[in-house]
Design a protein around this ligand. Structure first.
Ligand code: GLY
Ligand code: MN
Ligand code: MN
Length: 435
């Protein structure tokens, strides 16, 4: 659990950035209907959660620096016994103040009426525009109301500023409280991947391995995945975001599982690839060793000061050399790298930030330059080689070998900590675990 003092600290940091004549308005995630009157599982908007810790839908948070009645206002659902009997307890106005440290809380139905007063005299409005049509309309209606009274001395805002970059810059650097939750999410995923490897045998269906993963997630209190699990075997290992997970797993198949638990809103994102039979073939082994070498080379350069492309450059060098050695690429190494000859085999990037979102927020470039890694950033390192039968000129013995190896990495003062290091990834260790 993140302590309420940490949410307070985040709000304070944000307020320091925006100045006293500004106002922040943030909206919770909407509920999304799935069928008829049944809804998708509710997941709070990550930015809203990051600043408030509030889990309910139909809420709006306002930060109003130097406002005398209090700087943090939460508009949320009032208590309602009839509805709570069906859907469970709500914080209500009292809970918003007591449990979430709002200085004031009002029923969400009051928001539209109160908004003009809150906006009046504030020069810069920090919010998201173009995300929620209904919210945008409410905001502009309130502003037009103030504009209509300009001759009475009311002052409408003069600028709208996208709030997300400021929040995302804070979110990029993980606190000890966040790291505890991320480590938990990752540990659950590590156990789940190990369980799937141990259960795997030819004749099972991909979804049965997915079920083994979910079993481990749920029993450890991770009720959501951080993204839809990818469980691909055979040719499906070459489909990067394969999520059908419904093929029978055959004897000579490789199995690629890219799956991660979400724990208390924090994501993990791990991929392992292993042979269905428990024993790598010569070709599978050869490609696996190249991908593993590339992944280890990328992890080696992941340290403070390294520019973001350092991992990708290390991966490309290893993959190109490896494919050249096997005769799957032909030419001179440097020319092949220059021409991006690896692209038919490796068509994605080295990884991404990881946090509340699986593809977490935070800029990769700032001021026109690649960002350098700094302590407390968390990222994935996930090279792969995917030899679909559509790549021209590749002998058929290499076909349907798709391998990705993905770990979650925390940048530390001295280098990095591979948070998912307890999950086997050397060939001998995978084969031993599967035995
Ligand atoms: N699972 C999506 C990714 O690895 O980025
Ligand atoms: Mn992944
Ligand atoms: Mn990833």
């Amino acid at each position: 659990m993140i302590k309420s003092t940490e949410f307070q600290k985040r709000r304070k940091q944000l307020l320091q950035q925006i100045g006293n004549t500004s106002l922040v308005i943030l909206s919770s995630a909407p509920m999304r209907p799935r069928t008829g009157d049944a809804f998708y599982d509710y997941r709070q908007n990550s930015d809203f959660y990051y600043l408030t810790g509030f889990h309910e839908p139909e809420a709006i948070a306002i930060l109003a620096p130097k406002r005398k009645e209090g700087e943090f206002i939460l508009f949320n659902r009032p208590r309602n016994r009839d509805e709570e009997i069906w859907d469970g307890a709500r914080a209500g106005q009292e809970g918003a103040c007591q449990d979430y440290d709002a200085d004031q809380s009002f029923p969400i139905a009051e928001f539209e009426k109160m908004l003009p007063d809150l906006l009046e005299g504030r020069e810069h409005i920090h919010c998201t525009l173009g995300v929620n049509k209904e919210f945008d309309e409410t905001l502009f209606k309130a502003i037009n109301k103030i504009r209509g009274k300009i001759r009475s001395g009311l002052q409408p805002p003069i600028a709208f500023i996208d709030i997300t970059p400021s929040i995302h810059e804070l979110r990029l650097f993980k606190s000890p409280g966040e790291m505890a939750l991320m480590r938990k999410a990752i540990d659950i995923s590590v156990a789940a991947h190990g369980r799937a490897m141990q259960t795997c045998k030819p004749g099972l269906y991909e979804y049965q391995l997915e079920a083994e993963m979910m079993h481990e997630f749920f029993r450890e209190g991770a009720r959501q995945t951080a993204y839809t699990s990818i469980v691909g075997s055979g040719a499906n290992t070459c489909v990067l975001h394969y999520i059908a997970n419904k093929k029978r797993i055959e004897d000579n198949d490789l199995v690629l599982i890219d799956a991660g638990a979400e724990y208390e809103n924090y994501a993990s994102d791990i991929t392992r690839t292993f042979p269905a039979s428990g024993k790598f073939s010569a070709e599978q082994r050869a490609i696996y060793e190249i991908v593993l070498a590339a992944q280890l080379a990328a992890i080696k350069v992941a340290k403070p000061g390294a520019p973001w492309p350092a991992m990708q450059n290390a991966i490309i060098k290893e993959l190109t050399e490896g494919l050249l050695e096997l005769g799957l690429l032909k030419g001179k190494r440097d020319d092949l790298i220059e021409k991006q000859a690896y692209l038919p085999f490796y068509m994605h990037k080295s990884g991404h930030w990881l946090g509340l979102d699986v593809h977490d927020v935070g800029r990769y470039r700032t001021n026109g330059k690649w960002r350098t890694l700094q302590p407390n950033m968390v990222l994935t390192v996930e090279p792969g080689i995917y030899i679909s039968k559509d790549i021209p000129g590749v002998p058929s013995r290499w076909h349907n070998i798709g391998i990705r190896i993905e770990d979650d990495v925390l940048i530390t003062e001295k280098g990095c900590d591979v948070l998912s290091k307890n999950l086997v990834k050397e060939i001998d260790d995978i084969e031993a675990l599967m035995r």
